[in-house]
Design a binder for this molecule. Structure first.
Ligand code: NDP
Ligand code: KAL
Length: 258
Protein backbone atom coordinates (compact mmCIF):
# COMPACT_ATOMS: atom_id res chain seq x y z
CA UNK A 1 0.00 0.00 0.00
CA UNK A 2 2.13 2.94 -1.23
CA UNK A 3 1.96 6.00 0.98
CA UNK A 4 0.50 4.21 4.02
CA UNK A 5 3.69 4.86 6.00
CA UNK A 6 4.91 8.06 4.37
CA UNK A 7 6.46 10.43 6.89
CA UNK A 8 6.79 7.64 9.46
CA UNK A 9 10.20 6.82 10.94
CA UNK A 10 10.45 3.15 11.91
CA UNK A 11 13.28 1.29 13.69
CA UNK A 12 13.86 -2.26 12.44
CA UNK A 13 16.01 -4.70 14.46
CA UNK A 14 17.22 -8.22 13.67
CA UNK A 15 18.38 -8.38 10.05
CA UNK A 16 21.13 -11.01 9.71
CA UNK A 17 20.57 -11.77 6.01
CA UNK A 18 17.94 -11.85 3.25
CA UNK A 19 16.09 -14.71 4.96
CA UNK A 20 15.55 -12.79 8.21
CA UNK A 21 11.94 -12.08 9.13
CA UNK A 22 13.09 -8.50 9.78
CA UNK A 23 14.10 -8.18 6.12
CA UNK A 24 10.54 -9.17 5.14
CA UNK A 25 9.33 -6.44 7.52
CA UNK A 26 11.76 -3.88 6.04
CA UNK A 27 10.59 -4.65 2.48
CA UNK A 28 6.90 -4.21 3.43
CA UNK A 29 7.65 -0.95 5.26
CA UNK A 30 9.76 0.37 2.37
CA UNK A 31 7.02 -0.38 -0.17
CA UNK A 32 4.59 1.51 2.10
CA UNK A 33 6.88 4.55 2.03
CA UNK A 34 8.33 4.43 5.57
CA UNK A 35 11.68 5.99 6.47
CA UNK A 36 13.81 3.21 7.95
CA UNK A 37 16.36 3.07 10.75
CA UNK A 38 18.18 -0.23 11.24
CA UNK A 39 19.91 -1.75 14.25
CA UNK A 40 22.30 -4.69 14.05
CA UNK A 41 24.62 -6.53 16.41
CA UNK A 42 27.36 -8.36 14.47
CA UNK A 43 29.57 -6.60 11.95
CA UNK A 44 28.73 -9.46 9.56
CA UNK A 45 25.03 -8.55 9.84
CA UNK A 46 25.85 -4.90 9.10
CA UNK A 47 27.68 -5.96 5.93
CA UNK A 48 24.76 -8.13 4.81
CA UNK A 49 22.32 -5.32 5.62
CA UNK A 50 24.31 -2.74 3.62
CA UNK A 51 24.42 -5.13 0.66
CA UNK A 52 20.66 -5.80 0.86
CA UNK A 53 19.85 -2.09 1.06
CA UNK A 54 22.07 -1.36 -1.96
CA UNK A 55 20.63 -4.21 -4.04
CA UNK A 56 17.07 -3.11 -3.29
CA UNK A 57 17.58 0.63 -3.62
CA UNK A 58 16.60 1.32 -0.02
CA UNK A 59 18.17 4.46 1.47
CA UNK A 60 18.09 4.20 5.27
CA UNK A 61 17.88 7.20 7.57
CA UNK A 62 20.42 5.54 9.84
CA UNK A 63 22.08 2.20 10.67
CA UNK A 64 23.20 1.87 14.27
CA UNK A 65 24.85 -0.92 16.28
CA UNK A 66 22.76 -2.26 19.15
CA UNK A 67 23.40 -5.31 21.32
CA UNK A 68 20.02 -5.83 23.00
CA UNK A 69 21.62 -7.66 25.94
CA UNK A 70 23.28 -4.40 27.03
CA UNK A 71 21.37 -1.45 28.53
CA UNK A 72 24.27 0.85 27.61
CA UNK A 73 24.18 -0.28 23.99
CA UNK A 74 20.39 0.23 23.77
CA UNK A 75 20.65 3.68 25.40
CA UNK A 76 23.48 4.72 23.05
CA UNK A 77 21.54 3.53 19.99
CA UNK A 78 18.41 5.48 20.93
CA UNK A 79 20.46 8.56 21.86
CA UNK A 80 21.91 8.50 18.34
CA UNK A 81 18.45 7.97 16.84
CA UNK A 82 17.10 10.93 18.86
CA UNK A 83 20.00 13.15 17.79
CA UNK A 84 19.97 12.25 14.09
CA UNK A 85 16.27 11.47 13.43
CA UNK A 86 14.36 13.14 16.26
CA UNK A 87 10.96 11.47 16.45
CA UNK A 88 10.18 7.82 15.65
CA UNK A 89 6.75 6.24 15.09
CA UNK A 90 7.49 2.54 15.24
CA UNK A 91 9.80 -0.24 16.40
CA UNK A 92 9.99 -3.75 14.93
CA UNK A 93 11.63 -6.03 17.52
CA UNK A 94 12.83 -9.21 15.80
CA UNK A 95 15.63 -10.71 17.90
CA UNK A 96 15.97 -13.85 20.00
CA UNK A 97 18.77 -16.07 21.20
CA UNK A 98 19.29 -19.25 23.21
CA UNK A 99 22.29 -21.56 23.48
CA UNK A 100 22.06 -24.49 21.09
CA UNK A 101 22.36 -26.96 23.97
CA UNK A 102 19.17 -25.52 25.44
CA UNK A 103 17.21 -26.08 22.21
CA UNK A 104 17.27 -29.88 22.29
CA UNK A 105 16.73 -32.75 24.70
CA UNK A 106 14.92 -32.20 27.98
CA UNK A 107 13.78 -28.73 29.09
CA UNK A 108 14.36 -29.80 32.68
CA UNK A 109 18.12 -29.77 31.94
CA UNK A 110 18.14 -26.02 31.24
CA UNK A 111 20.87 -24.31 33.24
CA UNK A 112 20.33 -21.09 35.21
CA UNK A 113 22.70 -19.31 32.81
CA UNK A 114 20.94 -20.68 29.73
CA UNK A 115 17.53 -19.71 31.09
CA UNK A 116 18.73 -16.20 31.93
CA UNK A 117 20.42 -15.67 28.55
CA UNK A 118 17.34 -16.73 26.58
CA UNK A 119 15.05 -14.52 28.64
CA UNK A 120 17.46 -11.59 28.61
CA UNK A 121 17.94 -11.42 24.83
CA UNK A 122 14.51 -12.69 23.74
CA UNK A 123 12.09 -11.12 26.26
CA UNK A 124 13.67 -8.46 28.49
CA UNK A 125 15.14 -6.75 25.42
CA UNK A 126 11.59 -5.76 24.39
CA UNK A 127 11.02 -4.08 27.75
CA UNK A 128 14.36 -2.23 27.62
CA UNK A 129 13.86 -1.13 24.01
CA UNK A 130 10.26 -0.04 24.65
CA UNK A 131 11.48 2.16 27.53
CA UNK A 132 14.02 3.90 25.31
CA UNK A 133 11.71 4.06 22.29
CA UNK A 134 9.02 5.75 24.40
CA UNK A 135 11.29 8.78 24.80
CA UNK A 136 11.44 9.30 21.02
CA UNK A 137 7.83 8.29 20.21
CA UNK A 138 6.52 11.73 21.09
CA UNK A 139 3.75 11.60 18.47
CA UNK A 140 2.46 8.16 19.59
CA UNK A 141 3.61 4.97 17.91
CA UNK A 142 3.56 1.22 17.54
CA UNK A 143 5.89 -1.52 18.78
CA UNK A 144 5.72 -5.02 17.26
CA UNK A 145 7.64 -8.13 18.31
CA UNK A 146 7.91 -11.66 16.87
CA UNK A 147 6.75 -14.71 18.82
CA UNK A 148 6.07 -18.39 18.19
CA UNK A 149 3.41 -20.95 19.16
CA UNK A 150 5.88 -22.53 21.61
CA UNK A 151 4.89 -19.68 23.97
CA UNK A 152 1.40 -21.18 24.32
CA UNK A 153 2.04 -24.90 23.89
CA UNK A 154 4.84 -27.34 24.49
CA UNK A 155 6.66 -27.66 21.16
CA UNK A 156 9.40 -30.30 21.31
CA UNK A 157 12.97 -28.89 21.26
CA UNK A 158 11.83 -25.26 21.51
CA UNK A 159 12.28 -25.66 25.27
CA UNK A 160 13.67 -22.57 27.02
CA UNK A 161 12.76 -20.39 24.03
CA UNK A 162 9.08 -21.32 24.54
CA UNK A 163 9.27 -20.11 28.13
CA UNK A 164 11.04 -16.93 26.99
CA UNK A 165 8.34 -16.32 24.33
CA UNK A 166 5.63 -16.76 27.00
CA UNK A 167 7.42 -14.01 28.93
CA UNK A 168 7.65 -11.93 25.75
CA UNK A 169 3.91 -12.22 25.08
CA UNK A 170 3.05 -11.34 28.69
CA UNK A 171 5.43 -8.38 28.44
CA UNK A 172 3.47 -7.20 25.37
CA UNK A 173 0.32 -6.99 27.52
CA UNK A 174 1.95 -5.13 30.42
CA UNK A 175 3.78 -2.74 28.08
CA UNK A 176 0.51 -2.09 26.20
CA UNK A 177 -1.03 -0.84 29.47
CA UNK A 178 1.91 1.42 30.38
CA UNK A 179 2.49 2.97 26.98
CA UNK A 180 -1.17 3.13 25.92
CA UNK A 181 -1.55 6.39 27.84
CA UNK A 182 0.83 7.95 25.32
CA UNK A 183 -0.92 6.38 22.32
CA UNK A 184 1.90 3.89 21.89
CA UNK A 185 0.58 0.43 20.99
CA UNK A 186 2.40 -2.85 21.66
CA UNK A 187 1.58 -6.08 19.82
CA UNK A 188 3.12 -9.36 18.67
CA UNK A 189 3.01 -11.53 15.58
CA UNK A 190 3.15 -15.28 16.21
CA UNK A 191 4.72 -16.61 13.02
CA UNK A 192 4.70 -20.13 11.65
CA UNK A 193 8.06 -21.87 11.03
CA UNK A 194 10.26 -20.10 8.46
CA UNK A 195 13.74 -21.19 7.28
CA UNK A 196 16.06 -18.50 8.65
CA UNK A 197 19.58 -18.55 10.09
CA UNK A 198 18.15 -18.97 13.58
CA UNK A 199 15.95 -21.87 12.49
CA UNK A 200 18.99 -23.50 10.87
CA UNK A 201 20.95 -23.21 14.09
CA UNK A 202 17.91 -24.78 15.71
CA UNK A 203 18.00 -28.52 15.73
CA UNK A 204 15.95 -31.60 14.94
CA UNK A 205 12.22 -31.17 14.63
CA UNK A 206 12.17 -28.15 12.33
CA UNK A 207 11.57 -30.19 9.16
CA UNK A 208 8.78 -32.16 10.87
CA UNK A 209 7.08 -28.92 11.88
CA UNK A 210 7.31 -27.60 8.30
CA UNK A 211 5.70 -30.84 7.04
CA UNK A 212 3.00 -30.76 9.73
CA UNK A 213 2.01 -27.29 8.49
CA UNK A 214 1.42 -28.69 4.98
CA UNK A 215 -0.69 -31.52 6.39
CA UNK A 216 -2.60 -29.90 9.25
CA UNK A 217 -2.80 -26.11 8.86
CA UNK A 218 -6.11 -24.86 7.40
CA UNK A 219 -4.23 -23.23 4.50
CA UNK A 220 -2.22 -26.50 3.94
CA UNK A 221 1.02 -24.58 3.38
CA UNK A 222 3.79 -22.71 5.14
CA UNK A 223 4.05 -18.94 5.54
CA UNK A 224 6.97 -16.77 4.44
CA UNK A 225 8.83 -13.63 5.48
CA UNK A 226 6.72 -11.43 3.17
CA UNK A 227 3.47 -12.52 4.84
CA UNK A 228 4.89 -11.82 8.29
CA UNK A 229 6.26 -8.52 6.93
CA UNK A 230 2.82 -7.43 5.71
CA UNK A 231 1.10 -8.38 9.00
CA UNK A 232 3.80 -6.49 10.91
CA UNK A 233 3.25 -3.50 8.59
CA UNK A 234 -0.46 -3.64 9.48
CA UNK A 235 0.37 -3.51 13.21
CA UNK A 236 2.86 -0.67 12.69
CA UNK A 237 0.41 1.34 10.58
CA UNK A 238 -2.69 3.40 11.36
CA UNK A 239 -4.83 0.57 9.94
CA UNK A 240 -4.47 -1.16 13.33
CA UNK A 241 -4.91 2.00 15.44
CA UNK A 242 -7.47 0.35 17.75
CA UNK A 243 -5.35 -2.76 18.41
CA UNK A 244 -2.97 -3.14 21.36
CA UNK A 245 -1.80 -5.94 23.66
CA UNK A 246 -2.64 -8.45 20.92
CA UNK A 247 -0.90 -11.52 19.48
CA UNK A 248 -1.81 -12.13 15.83
CA UNK A 249 -0.99 -15.57 14.42
CA UNK A 250 0.48 -15.57 10.91
CA UNK A 251 0.71 -19.34 10.67
CA UNK A 252 -1.79 -20.52 8.02
CA UNK A 253 -4.20 -21.07 10.93
CA UNK A 254 -2.15 -23.92 12.43
CA UNK A 255 -2.81 -22.79 16.01
CA UNK A 256 -6.59 -23.41 15.79
CA UNK A 257 -6.19 -27.09 14.92
CA UNK A 258 -6.60 -29.57 17.78
P1 NDP B 1 17.46 -14.49 12.10
O1 NDP B 1 18.53 -15.42 12.50
O2 NDP B 1 17.41 -14.03 10.72
O3 NDP B 1 17.43 -13.23 13.06
C1 NDP B 1 17.77 -13.28 14.42
C2 NDP B 1 18.37 -11.95 14.75
O4 NDP B 1 18.59 -11.83 16.17
C3 NDP B 1 19.72 -11.73 14.10
O5 NDP B 1 19.67 -10.58 13.28
C4 NDP B 1 20.66 -11.49 15.28
O6 NDP B 1 21.63 -10.50 14.99
C5 NDP B 1 19.70 -11.00 16.33
N1 NDP B 1 20.25 -11.05 17.68
C6 NDP B 1 20.51 -12.13 18.45
N2 NDP B 1 21.04 -11.75 19.62
C7 NDP B 1 21.12 -10.39 19.60
C8 NDP B 1 21.57 -9.40 20.52
N3 NDP B 1 22.06 -9.73 21.73
N4 NDP B 1 21.50 -8.09 20.17
C9 NDP B 1 21.00 -7.74 18.96
N5 NDP B 1 20.56 -8.63 18.04
C10 NDP B 1 20.61 -9.94 18.36
O7 NDP B 1 16.11 -15.27 12.52
P2 NDP B 1 14.56 -14.94 12.42
O8 NDP B 1 14.31 -13.89 11.44
O9 NDP B 1 13.91 -16.27 12.28
O10 NDP B 1 14.23 -14.42 13.89
C11 NDP B 1 13.62 -13.17 14.17
C12 NDP B 1 12.57 -13.32 15.25
O11 NDP B 1 11.50 -14.13 14.76
C13 NDP B 1 13.04 -13.99 16.53
O12 NDP B 1 12.44 -13.36 17.64
C14 NDP B 1 12.46 -15.40 16.40
O13 NDP B 1 12.30 -16.01 17.65
C15 NDP B 1 11.15 -15.07 15.74
N6 NDP B 1 10.45 -16.19 15.09
C16 NDP B 1 11.05 -16.93 14.12
C17 NDP B 1 10.38 -17.97 13.52
C18 NDP B 1 11.03 -18.81 12.46
O14 NDP B 1 10.50 -19.89 12.15
N7 NDP B 1 12.11 -18.39 11.87
C19 NDP B 1 9.02 -18.34 13.92
C20 NDP B 1 8.46 -17.47 14.93
C21 NDP B 1 9.17 -16.46 15.50
P3 NDP B 1 23.23 -10.84 14.92
O15 NDP B 1 23.36 -12.06 14.05
O16 NDP B 1 23.82 -9.60 14.34
O17 NDP B 1 23.61 -11.10 16.33
C1 KAL C 1 10.79 -26.02 17.47
C2 KAL C 1 11.48 -25.29 16.60
C3 KAL C 1 12.68 -25.85 15.90
C4 KAL C 1 13.96 -25.07 16.19
C5 KAL C 1 14.32 -25.02 17.67
C6 KAL C 1 14.68 -23.89 18.28
C7 KAL C 1 14.80 -22.57 17.66
C8 KAL C 1 14.97 -21.51 18.48
C9 KAL C 1 15.14 -20.11 17.98
C10 KAL C 1 16.40 -19.44 18.50
C11 KAL C 1 16.26 -17.94 18.25
C12 KAL C 1 17.58 -20.01 17.74
C13 KAL C 1 18.93 -19.64 18.26
O1 KAL C 1 19.08 -18.91 19.23
C14 KAL C 1 20.09 -20.21 17.48
C15 KAL C 1 21.45 -19.92 18.11
O2 KAL C 1 21.71 -20.75 19.21
C16 KAL C 1 22.56 -20.21 17.05
N1 KAL C 1 22.43 -19.39 15.86
C17 KAL C 1 23.07 -18.20 15.71
O3 KAL C 1 23.81 -17.73 16.58
C18 KAL C 1 22.82 -17.44 14.42
C19 KAL C 1 24.14 -17.29 13.69
C20 KAL C 1 22.16 -16.10 14.80
C21 KAL C 1 21.88 -15.23 13.59
O4 KAL C 1 20.94 -16.42 15.42
C22 KAL C 1 20.52 -15.66 16.47
N2 KAL C 1 19.32 -16.00 16.97
O5 KAL C 1 21.17 -14.74 16.91
C23 KAL C 1 11.08 -23.86 16.35
C24 KAL C 1 10.77 -23.55 14.90
C25 KAL C 1 9.63 -24.41 14.39
C26 KAL C 1 10.36 -22.07 14.76
C27 KAL C 1 11.46 -21.09 15.09
C28 KAL C 1 12.74 -21.23 14.38
C29 KAL C 1 11.20 -20.16 16.03
C30 KAL C 1 12.08 -19.06 16.45
O6 KAL C 1 11.80 -18.47 17.50
O7 KAL C 1 13.04 -18.71 15.74
Amino acid sequence: MPGLMSGKNIVVTGIANSRSIAWGIAKSLHEAGANLIFTYRKERSFQKLTQLLDENGVKPLLCVACDVSSDESIAAAFAEIKEKVGVIHGLAHSVAFAEKDDLQGEFVATTREGFQLAHDVSAYSLVAMAREARGVMTEGGSIVTQSYLGAERMVRNYNVMGVAKASLEASVRYLAEDLGKEQIRVNAISAGPIRTLSAKGGVAGFNDIITAMEEKAPLRRNVDQDEVGDATLFLLSRLSRGVTGEVIHVDSGFHIVG
